[in-house]
Design a protein around this ligand. Sequence first.
Ligand SMILES: *Cc1c(COP(=O)(O)O)cnc(C)c1O
Length: 372
Amino acid sequence: MPDRASLRIPVAKPLLEGNEIKYVTECIETSWVSSAGRFIPAFEARFAEFCGVEHCIATNNGTTALHLALVAMGVGPGDEVIVPTLTYIASANAVSYCGATPVFADCDPRTMNIDPQSVASRIGPKTKGILVVHLYGHPADMDPINELAAAHGLFVLEDAAEAHGAEYKGRRVGGMGRCATFSFFGNKIVTTGEGGAVTTNDAELAAKLRLYRGQGMDPARRYWFPVIGYNYRMTNIQAALGLAQMERVDTALSRRARLAGWYDAALAPLADVVQRPHVETWARPSWWMYTVLLKGADAARRDGVMTALDAAGIETRPVFYPMHIMPPYFEAEGHYPVSDVCAASGLNLPTHEGMSEADVARIAGALAAALA
Ligand SMILES: *Cc1c(COP(=O)(O)O)cnc(C)c1O
């Protein structure tokens, strides 16, 4: 057996050590394997309670949750939605699925979240809403965004795919805009394999979300379809996994916070070259991915460091490439200087519950060696 110090450390890894096997087995033994069954409403109720919101509508993944939310809020051709350029591509693609246009905003240099001033500069006559992403689990600064939205009659949608349980000014994300979406992909803080959800305090919107999730079938008349809907339903098996995950989500969050503390301490001696994640005084991150910037590094240098870490058995990921350099969204004249710097110099270090303080020491040592 190889000793622990030479084992590969993956960047993410789900922990399925609670009632997952018991609940999934129940689905199979009772034959409730599709999108009806007790775990779906149980998971939805549990997740709504966790976020402190009235309604949770579970979906088959986080991207369909985003699309569903935009559809239910009436986004369509000709509309514009402001999206951070520094995000996972699903945030922008969901807007495109509606026939609408994502209009990009730059980010804040400390949190890498959407910059309210940049948002303000992108609001125009076609703007319908603002899609905020709580990137890598640090909540975005919601108050100025909500003020802008109120002043211009726009919706605010939180993409909280990476931020389960993150807090903004003492409140959990998921209920700070008109609605919010989550992902339960295998590398997210709570996983259902693939899965997603929309949360909201708006009962009318919740009804629309349920309607469009289930092919648009009239809840009062079976097999009558007043609108073109989608099949974006979550299965009972996914919800079974999710319910088991939610039973230990508080432990998951506190272990991630502890891990971030270990990283902060281990990387402090490298402060000249490694910028550790900034946490706003009003924020409590979910610590989805512990993300550092290599000061002054360009993408080639960052990629070289990642290759060296890989050779040392440590998997990392580059910070997301910004949307404005992707072929479908390319902007020759795009000016997003902060996002460009974060994307070129940033990397995500392994962040998952199974990690020990010794793993963190090993990663910090390998990073120091790679930078030397
Ligand atoms: C993971 C993620 C999504 C998409 O979720 P899937 O479940 O993979 O479809 C959307 N937005 C962000 C910011 C994400 O990180």
